[in-house]
Design a protein around this ligand. Structure first.
Ligand code: ADP
Length: 261
């Protein structure tokens, strides 16, 4: 099995409850988890290649146009160059997100220190306001919260949630952010009045590359990796993340993190 990498093979388990039977059963259980991990890895590589191909195809098509159509109107040339540049940015985002997840899978330890979550939140909100297309971004509550964590990753987590809230909320909408501290738990809530998520999509949004059809139509530049990264960061800090949504009404994401003592 080791040489052929046929992780679907199993060793025969002798009848009885002696040590040989126990060892064979343990060995098979180990093969079950190896097979799962191997399958997941293969799917991840297949999905990643598929997703990376879309921006590459668009870049290639626009460069071909610029190279082989010398009499294109200046406005069309400009549009082709802009499109190629947008797609290159999307590719860069995808590769960045894939690298983050590859590090997560490799079990890279986070660099942890005492972090003032409230301060990180204020900085992230200031960044997010630049991304707003008219939506209000309100701070509903800000209770001082110290956590033992990686400041850059925690900021990345907050920005993923704010970015999503803004992407999927129309210009007239509102995003409300709150940070509460209750005993040993800091609770961050990001609530929007956006398009919401259909009940069928909701159980899948933390999966890698999962994007609802309305999301693909609204924001073709997304990577479908944001929430997978957000969940990894929350869990690496001993926390949880959950999402509630009502289509057409809005979405609320709640992150709970243990506070530093
Ligand atoms: P991306 O936003 O790049 O598509 P994410 O992993 O961050 O990837 O999100 C996965 C999917 O979850 C999105 O494609 C979208 O369908 C849905 N989603 C996430 N956040 C929101 C939100 N605030 N409002 C509506 N849909 C959301």
């Amino acid at each position: 099995i080791a040489r052929s990498r046929r992780f679907s093979e199993r060793v025969p388990v002798p009848s009885g409850r002696d040590e040989m039977a126990q060892m064979a059963a343990t060995f098979n259980a180990m093969l079950d988890s190896l097979q799962d991990a191997y399958r997941l890895q293969q799917r991840f590589v297949a999905d990643a290649s598929h997703e990376l191909r879309a921006p590459l195809t668009a870049i290639q098509a626009n460069l071909d146009l610029l190279e082989h159509q010398p009499d294109l109107l200046p406005a069309d040339r400009q549009e082709a160059a802009a499109e190629a540049s947008r797609e290159a940015q999307r590719l860069a985002r995808q590769v960045g997100d894939l690298l983050t997840l590859a590090r997560a899978d490799a079990g890279m330890p986070l660099h942890k220190e005492r972090v003032e979550l409230d301060r990180g939140l204020l900085e992230s909100i200031a960044d997010a306001r630049h991304l707003a297309r008219g939506q209000r971004v309100d701070l509903a509550a800000l209770e001082p919260s110290l956590v033992n964590g990686d400041p850059d990753r925690l900021k990345q987590l907050i920005l993923i949630l704010l970015d999503n809230a803004l992407k999927y909320t129309p210009a007239a909408g509102r995003v409300a952010v709150a940070l509460h501290r209750d005993g040993a738990t800091a609770t961050l809530t990001v609530q929007d009045t956006g398009v919401g998520i259909a009940p069928d999509d909701l159980p899948h949004v933390f999966e890698r590359f999962y994007r609802s059809d309305p999301a693909r139509a609204r924001d073709p530049g997304g990577t479908g990796l944001g929430l997978a990264i957000a969940r990894w960061i929350a869990e690496e800090h001993g926390g949880t993340i959950r999402i509630e949504s009502r289509p057409g009404r809005g979405t609320t994401v709640v992150v709970c993190l243990p506070t530093a003592t």
